[in-house]
Write a protein that binds this ligand. Structure first.
Ligand code: AP5
Ligand code: MG
Length: 210
């Protein structure tokens, strides 16, 4: 099972793909999570990408492709994977095609106004990566992660100016992938403007049919 999760920032890709990957026992690979982890640990990669990510800009293709290639070569990815937030540009998609083509691309279709509202309410756990929302998915205890008890934070790139540039970058550089995968015949769309359990149910049905 090799699935790509495509869609604008805040569409719910992370929320749904983490659970889908657990259900099917394949790794959930999020380039955004890998970069944030590197920033948190102060690694060389973290220093290289921090300013770009905080400003809502993309990390260069070559660096991102090399990182994903290495990750997909790890033994746990031999049976399949769920890629969340990669590819995000045509050159990234072409690179993936050349070394590990996908079975399906799930495009999370949703309006800008809804993603802006979701991102302003998002709170994330820096310890385990779980994602909550003060409006639609509040944690049981305010400010604490349900999964590990970590102190919830707001992502730096969920500030208004960064959100705006992430949406612009998505329209210019990532949305063309919808046509790319449509032509390739692997694209499936889900209506992401519904409660997360309904979106997840569609994704599980689709993945289960592969
Ligand atoms: P990344 O981490 O991938 O961020 P993103 O694409 O901007 O997506 P988000 O994580 O913001 O949204 P999501 O769709 O996962 O939504 P979530 O489930 O959290 O990338 C971050 C940065 O890293 C990029 O800007 C770039 O700089 C860099 N980067 C990453 N990959 C790269 C690449 N391939 N190339 C170059 N650079 C790269 O949900 C959002 C909120 O809504 C949460 O609060 C959640 O609780 C809530 N929610 C989710 N689903 C629902 C629902 N159905 N109903 C109501 N609320 C919901
Ligand atoms: Mg995400």
């Amino acid at each position: 099972m090799k699935l790509i999760f495509l869609g604008p920032p805040g569409a719910g890709k992370g929320t749904v793909s983490v659970k889908a990957a657990l259900t099917f026992g394949v790794p959930h690979i999020s380039t955004g999570d890998i970069f944030r982890d590197a920033i948190r640990h102060g690694t060389e990669l973290g220093h290289a990408v921090k300013d770009l990510i905080d400003a809502g800009q993309l990390v260069p293709d070559e660096l991102t492709v090399d990182l994903v290639r290495e990750r997909l070569d790890e033994p746990d990815a031999a049976r399949g994977w769920m890629l969340d937030g990669f590819p995000r540009t045509i050159p990234q998609a072409e690179a993936l095609d050349a070394f590990r083509p996908e079975d399906r691309v799930i495009d999370f279709a949703i309006d800008d106004a809804i993603v802006i509202a979701r991102l302003s309410g998002r709170r994330v756990c820096p310890r385990c990566g779980a994602s909550f929302n003060v409006v639609s998915m509040p944690p049981k205890e305010e400010g604490r992660c349900d999964a590990c008890g970590g102190k919830l934070e707001t992502r730096v790139d969920d500030r208004e100016e960064s959100v705006r540039s992430r949406i612009e970058v998505y329209r210019e550089r990532t949305a063309p992938l919808i046509g790319y995968y449509e032509r390739k015949g692997t694209l499936v769309r889900v209506d992401a403007d519904r409660p997360a359990p309904l979106v997840l149910a569609d994704v599980l049905a689709l993945a289960g049919s592969l």
